[in-house]
Each structure stands twice: as C-alpha cells, then as structure tokens.
Write a protein that binds this ligand. Structure first.
Ligand code: NZQ
Ligand code: ZN
Length: 382
C-alpha cells in the first residue's frame, strides 16, 4: 500500500426526515444563512420548505441565491459569493444535487476569503478558511456531500475543472432518500453511472490496496444489484436509499485509501463533452469509460482483467467491457456519443478541446494519439 492519511470531517445524517434535525446544529454557526439552490426542483420535492422551516424555527435569517445550473458556472458562484459577502452571512446552506453543492463549496470559501472563484479553482489562490457549509442532497450521484471536491466550468477559458481542498468538505450533510424519489429516470441513471465510474477511477489509481479493491467491488455490485431494479421501480424507497448510500461511499475516500490517487482520466475527458454540449455528467462517463478501457487494453490490461473476474467472472477484456456497456444501456444511459446526441461531425471540435486542455488522468497520462483513439471508440457504430 501507499502511505495515506484517513480524514473525513463531514458529519452525515442519513434517512427519512433527517432534515428535521438541521436547525439546531445550524444555529451553532450563527444567525444568517445563504440558502443556495438550482432551477426549482427543490421547491417541488419538499426539501426547500423543510430546510426553510428548520432555519426559521431556529432564528436563522435567510438570504437566497437560486438558479445554479447543471454543469455549474463560475459566474453564478461569483455572484452568490458577492451577495453572501455583502450580507455578511455566517453559513452557506445548499439544497440540491452535485451542481448546487459544488457551487456552494466554492461560495463558502470565497465569502470567507474574499477571493475570486476561478483563481481559487485554478490553484492561484491558496485559502485558509471557509464558512461552514450545510448540504442537503436531493440526487444520488456525485459523492460531493461527503468529499473535498468541487467542479465548475468557465465559458471564458473553455474549461470544466475540479478543485480539491480540505475546506470543501461540508460541515454537515443531510441525506433523506425520499427527496430523491422525484429525480427523473435520466438523472437517476446518470447518477448510477457516476457512482460506478467513481469506484472505477479508484480501481485504476496507482498502488496496490486490496481492501480498497474490495470496497470498490462492493460499491459496484450494489449499484448493479439496485440500478436496473430502481429504473423499473423509481418510487421504491428502499432502492433509492441503497443507491444514495452507495453513491456517497463511491467517493468519500473509502475506495481510495492505500493508493496515491484515483485515475480521473475518464472524468477529465467527459468534462469536455459537458463543456461543449452541456451533456449531463453521468452520460459523458457511460460513453467515455468503455472507450477509455478499449484504448487502455495494453496499459491497464491486468486491472481490466481483474475487474472482469471480480464483477463478471471473466478475465476476457472485451467481454468485461461489453458487460459494462450492457449495464449502462440497461439503465438507459448512452454508450456512444451519437446516443448522447453528439454527431460524428463534432469529432474534430471535441478532439481540439481535449488536446488544448490536455485532458487526462493522473496515473495513465494520455498522448494526443490516445485521446484520438478514445474518441474513435466513443463514436464507433455497432
Ligand atoms: O436545477 P434543479 O432544479 O435542482 O434540477 C436538477 C438538475 O436539473 C435536477 N434535480 C436534482 N435533484 C432533483 C432533481 N430533479 C428532481 N428531483 C430531485 N430530487 O437534476 C438535474 C441535475 O442536477 P445536478 O446537480 O447537475 O446533478 P448531479 O448531482 O449529477 O451533479 C453533477 C455535477 O457534479 C459534478 C459534475 O461534473 C456536474 O457538474 N461532479 C462533482 C463531483 C464532486 N464534487 O465530487 C464529482 C463528480 O465526478 C462530478 O464531476
Ligand atoms: Zn463523476
């Protein structure tokens, strides 16, 4: 194993009605909250009303910032941080999916530090404090509720990038699976793909860590067990509960201890598709993961074979990749660019941005030729 530090400061409340416990610990942080949310789904599923009631009952004043978009943009984060700073809020409360919570992480640092959000994202600004962040998650997917990452896009620089920092961990996270019952089929599927992809990014990280391998396999098996059933029964609370907990554990460090890092090459390539075509995050991963594995047959061959033997009882690489594609298809997530509405004519545009951004992972660094090969697989017709 590689040396590691085990650290996760997020206090996570999980289960039915846990939001009813939010007000008391929030009141310990002060009496004025910036409440951040997205396009309005939280107004329809009851989470917004429940959070507001908790804050009000505990004497916490609320300033709102709404309209955070999926594939969130740095301009919104800048505006929200400016409002929070002017209003001198004591805490940030985020209600929504990964886009809202990621934005709130950066907002919470930028209010405390009075720094520019993109300078922070790109590592030009080194922060030392953040306002406490309370996350109320309504979509099982990213793991942001219990991790140190945030992902934003910048239309001016042509990038969608991640930023990891210990200050990004939410202080408190509330996960009531009932709020995910309203997630539509497409985003339910993308969330399942995302959590499987997170487990696999760990799997392809550098270093030997057998217990982490077992956690990876357990998370993916849970997703493969629950995913297809959930797509058929989207109102099934217990299935929602299981997938929500699996998504948290896919990216809360558990699957990565003992390795230098995860791989993250597939994510970096997927972010280019999200940037160019606003493709939902999970949809980019179900297209790129099989394509990346095909291009990495030699370099990552042994890990692909081991994954196949643990998940599907086969050491055949092609068999493993096609079983994975079948799983993504069964969920209803795209496995080729065309399935995601991206036509072959866009190939050069995508490749140019991937090469310009040097999109790649941490362990398996990619050459321009490899990026081109991955893209060919992503457009390959059956
Ligand atoms: O905008 P609203 O109205 O909230 O609607 C959202 C959005 O349209 C909707 N939604 C959320 N909860 C719902 C719901 N609709 C009905 N019922 C509910 N309960 O779903 C749509 C997608 O929401 P979004 O937050 O964008 O999805 P997700 O949670 O998948 O987050 C994706 C973002 O997270 C980043 C991705 O790159 C992407 O920008 N990631 C963050 C990571 C992290 N911080 O660790 C890791 C991931 O790899 C990922 O990169
Ligand atoms: Zn992801």
């Amino acid at each position: 194993m590689k040396n590691f530090i085990a650290y996760n400061p997020t206090k996570l409340y999980f289960g039915k009605n846990v939001v009813s416990e939010l007000g008391k610990p929030a009141s310990a942080y002060g009496n004025h909250a910036l409440l951040v949310f997205g396009g309005g789904s939280v107004l329809r599923n009851g989470s917004y009303a429940a959070v507001r009631m908790q804050l009000e009952q505990h004497g916490i004043r609320i300033t709102e910032y709404s309209g955070i978009k999926p594939n969130p943009r740095v301009e919104d984060v800048r505006k929200a941080a400016e409002i929070g700073r002017k209003q001198a809020v004591d805490m940030v409360v985020a209600v929504g999916g990964g886009s809202v919570i990621d934005s709130a992480k950066i907002i919470a640092i930028c209010i405390a530090e009075n720094c520019d959000s993109w300078e922070l994202m790109t590592g030009k600004y080194n922060p030392s404090r953040a306002l406490p962040l309370i996350a109320v998650l309504t979509l099982a997917a990213t793991g942001t509720e219990m991790n140190s990452a945030a992902v934003l896009q910048n239309r001016e620089t042509g990038q969608k990038i991640g930023f990891k920092h210990d200050l990004n961990y939410p202080a408190l996270s509330f996960l009531d699976p009932a709020y995910t019952l309203s997630v539509p089929a497409d985003h339910t599927a993308y969330g399942i793909v995302d959590l499987v992809a997170h487990a696999m990014e760990s799997w392809f990280g550098q270093g030997k860590a057998t217990l982490s391998d077992r956690f990876v396999i357990a998370v993916i098996e849970e997703a493969m067990d629950v995913g297809p059933a959930l797509m058929k029964q989207p109102d099934h609370y217990e299935l929602r509960e299981r997938i929500m907990w699996a998504a948290t554990n896919a990216l809360n460090n558990l699957t990565g201890y003992g390795r230098i890092s995860g791989e993250w090459g597939v994510h970096a390539l997927g972010h280019v598709l999200s940037f160019l075509y606003d493709t939902p995050h999970g949809a980019t991963l179900s297209v790129i993961y099989p394509a990346w594995m095909k291009a990495m047959r030699e370099r990552a061959g042994e890990r692909i074979r081991l994954l196949g033997s643990r998940l599907f009882g086969t050491r055949d690489m092609d068999g493993t990749i096609s079983r994975l594609e079948d799983f993504f298809r069964e969920l209803g997530s795209p496995v080729r660019c065309q399935d995601a509405g991206i036509e072959p004519a866009k190939r050069e545009e995508i490749l140019a941005l991937m090469n310009r951004n040097r999109s790649q992972g941490i362990h398996f660094r990619l050459t321009d030729a490899e990026r081109e090969e991955i893209l060919s697989h992503a457009f390959q017709t059956r």
